[in-house]
Design a protein around this ligand. Structure first.
Ligand code: ATP
Ligand code: MN
Length: 480
């Protein structure tokens, strides 16, 4: 076998002098009188192979079909490159055309396309440098997530995608049903009779695997789930998707402090992993960002290039403070005093991303972990503090992103949890199984959720969450 993927071909000096085959898609073709240069990319790396065909080697028919977007197999001798910009190049002997791409119709031209345009051709955008880099980094992150947990004694628990509990409370849900929408079975009062639905009850797509994760942690000790998560919230923002991937570790015998330590260590591990394993893709994205920033007004430019920003996160402890302390800072802040915030700030309000970003980007200038939020603005399952006003919640806030992790120590007291369930109006019979874990062998435990795409935004520097997942799902969009 003389066929090699480019990540191997371009980095294995021993192959120089050998006859090899490369396969991939043409990025550019440049012709001069005596020679044709073909830049070929196969997706295994951001780097192209330069294939050089001397005049007379390829027949006219083949030469014509070699155009941007065409898919080829190129065979020739790998030689040390004459030009600068690459160490090796391929001296072409033979080209097989797998699939031509009519240059008059192929939408990806060798120039910079806007991200908005690329979203409309999401079936082809993985062939661009930017999306190639993002998707390889996304892969590296996903792999690193499994590696981190596997190496530190966690078990991967597969929690259900279809859920019968409407108590997760993390967001609006997508209904799962096999009933005929035009004539569903009805109860006497006219409401839909879900007893006749597939599962004999109302079911939805999961908004979080946490509740089931807790069941796992209270048996296996340390578990994590990592799977697709669905929220039907109609938030047309740059940080929300209707379908995204969430990583949720859940640990028996961890308290809030342990939970924070884990979150910080985990996030730093992921950043370090990508720095070590994806240097070429990061370098490309950094340059891309610098070019993009030049078009922005000075004040909106990010203060640090991408790689520096990633190293900065590794080198600094996250700032930890309570919600109450954060509110004090925000109340004293210039944008609050000058009425520049769009939303009010006072003890008890839910922080908006403008507030989170002020704390991270302007005040502390580093990642922040906020803890002990008012219980009214957090989920029912969070452990109540002794003051009866706050709960042991923690949100990790990142520059450019806002909330990247949400988590808490969980309420492990049966009576207190039951009371909270009643207070927020959840029917006890809908989560009796969850309550039973506190009735039988309860234990202190904690966990958190990290949105994979928010993390991918951070490490790639991409500004819109729709550009860090191959086929984004958001309101009015599920084309590809
Ligand atoms: P936000 O306040 O940003 O909407 P949330 O508080 O609703 O987030 P959690 O329920 O705490 O989110 O979910 C845990 C993590 O999952 C978040 O910190 C975030 O990283 C990610 N996440 C939540 N909702 C979305 C979404 N719609 N799209 C992508 N990631 C999300
Ligand atoms: Mn949250």
């Amino acid at each position: 076998m003389t066929y090699f993927q480019l990540n191997r071909l371009l980095t294995t000096p021993d192959l120089v002098g050998q006859t090899v085959t490369a396969k991939g898609w043409v990025r550019t073709k440049r012709e001069s009188k005596n020679v044709t240069f073909i830049a070929l990319n196969d997706g295994s790396t951001i780097n192209n192979l330069q294939a050089v065909a001397e005049a007379g080697i390829l027949d006219e028919e083949i030469l014509r079909k070699i155009s941007t977007g065409a898919c080829l197999a190129v065979t020739g001798t790998l030689v040390a490159s004459q030009g600068s910009g690459q160490a090796v190049e391929l001296k072409v002997e033979r080209v097989e055309i797998y699939g031509p791409a009519d240059p008059d119709q192929y939408p990806l031209q060798p120039k910079r396309h806007s991200l908005e345009f690329l979203r409309e051709i999401a079936h082809l955008r993985p062939r661009t440098n930017t999306f190639g880099a993002v998707l390889r980094i996304r892969h590296a992150l996903s792999f690193a997530i499994h590696k981190y947990f596997n190496d530190t004694g966690f078990f991967y628990l597969h929690t259900p995608i279809i859920t019968g509990s409407d108590a997760e409370g993390a967001g609006e849900m997508f209904r799962v049903t096999t009933l005929d929408p035009l004539k569903p079975p009805r109860n006497d009062d006219g409401s839909v009779n879900y007893k006749e639905d597939f599962f004999g009850k109302e079911t939805n797509l999961t908004v979080s695997g946490q509740l089931e994760g807790e069941l796992g942690a209270l048996a296996l000790g340390k578990v994590y789930t990592f799977g697709p998560t669905f929220r039907a919230e109609n938030s047309n923002t740059t940080r929300h998707l209707a379908e995204f991937w969430m990583v949720e570790p859940e640990m028996a015998f961890y308290e809030l402090e342990d939970n924070m330590n884990l979150a910080e260590d985990f996030l730093k591990y992921l950043v370090r992993y990508v720095l070590e394993h994806c240097p070429d893709d990061l370098k490309f994205l950094e340059t891309r960002l610098i070019d993009e920033e030049k078009l922005k007004p000075q004040t909106e430019r990010s203060p640090m290039p991408l790689l520096e920003k990633l190293r900065f996160v590794l080198d600094n402890d996250f700032q930890r403070l309570t919600y109450t302390e954060a509110i004090d800072i925000l109340v004293q802040s210039k944008p609050h005093k000058e009425k520049k915030f769009g939303y009010p700030v006072a003890w008890g309000v839910d922080l908006q991303s403008e507030h989170e970003r002020y704390l991270v980007e302007k005040h502390f200038k580093k990642p922040v972990i906020l803890t002990n939020y008012p219980k009214e603005i957090k989920a029912f399952y969070m452990k109540q503090d002794a003051d009866n006003r706050t709960v042991r919640a923690m949100d990790v806030l990142f520059p450019g992103i806002g909330e990247i992790i949400g988590g808490s120590q969980r309420e492990d007291d049966y009576e207190k949890l039951k009371q909270r369930v009643a207070e927020v109006g959840i029917a006890e019979e809908s989560i009796w199984w969850y309550l039973e874990t506190r009735k039988f062998g309860s234990a202190p435990h904690a966990g958190f959720g990290l949105g994979l795409e928010r993390m991918a935004m951070f490490v790639t520097g991409m500004g819109n969450i729709r550009d860090v997942i191959p086929f984004p799902r958001f309101p009015k969009s599920a084309e590809f």
